[in-house]
Design a protein around this ligand. Structure first.
Ligand code: ZN
Ligand code: ZN
Length: 230
């Protein structure tokens, strides 16, 4: 009796953790993609590049030609549907969701911006331990596979701890992550065009710090994010 109750409870919990309906509209949806096709199609796309440097300084981030090593492509403009996906990716124990996002990420990148290598924004080690995975690394895997471009893991490391960015204003965010990243093997990146992947770009401070470190190492860097949260 107890066993049957326990089994039913486990099944209910499973259905809760892996909903078969789209959280955007309630229609049936593939669990691997979370959202139904209509909700996925309804997320606004961003067909132009952002400048990570101008973004954090309150300047127009679209159409900047002054900072070629701070170009960031974002697939989606963050809305409530994108938020469901990002949340499930980060906190919902649904890292497998990342592999279905490869085509979304690859489609955000113009053909001319095809890189030599794909890297990931490293997660804070504490966060990595808590979560058990780095969602940016999984998105980087998916993007690299879809683009047919080699993937280089752990090319950047965090050389010092940083506070969580979410509660900081743009200026503090920049100070928080400036100089926090270092390239491990500059020789592997020198002269190469490298694409560094993150889940969400907000003020651009984290990507800017990564792009700076990559440029210092002699790479030609660009960023790619799943979503831009304005
Ligand atoms: Zn839907
Ligand atoms: Zn700029």
């Amino acid at each position: 009796m107890m066993r049957r109750v326990a089994l039913r409870l486990a099944r209910d919990l499973d259905a809760f953790a892996f909903p078969q309906v789209c959280p955007g509209c309630g229609a049936p949806a593939e669990p691997a993609r979370l959202l139904c096709a209509a909700c996925r199609a309804a997320i606004p796309r961003l067909p132009v590049a952002l400048c990570a440097r101008c973004l954090g300084r309150g300047r127009e981030p679209v159409g900047c030609v002054s900072h070629p090593s701070h170009v960031v492509w974002a697939a989606w403009v963050y809305d409530e549907r994108a938020a469901c996906v990002v949340h499930a990716l980060k906190y919902g124990g649904r890292p497998a969701l990342a592999s279905a996002l490869g085509e979304v990420l690859a489609a955000a990148l113009p053909a001319a911006a095809r890189p030599d290598l794909v890297l990931e924004v490293p997660l804070h080690p504490t966060r990595r331990r808590e979560r058990g995975y780095n969602q940016a690394a999984m998105l980087a895997d998916a993007a690299a596979e879809r683009l047919g471009v080699p993937r280089l893991s752990a090319a950047l490391i965090r050389v010092r701890g940083t506070a969580p960015q979410a509660r900081l204003d743009p200026l503090s965010r920049r100070a928080n992550v400036a100089g926090a990243f270092r390239v491990r093997q500059p020789a592997a990146l020198r002269g190469r065009s490298v694409l560094i992947v993150d889940d969400v770009v907000t003020t651009g401070a984290t990507l800017e710090a990564c792009l700076d470190a990559l440029a210092v190492a002699g790479a030609r860097p660009a960023g790619l994010a799943l979503a831009w949260a304005q």
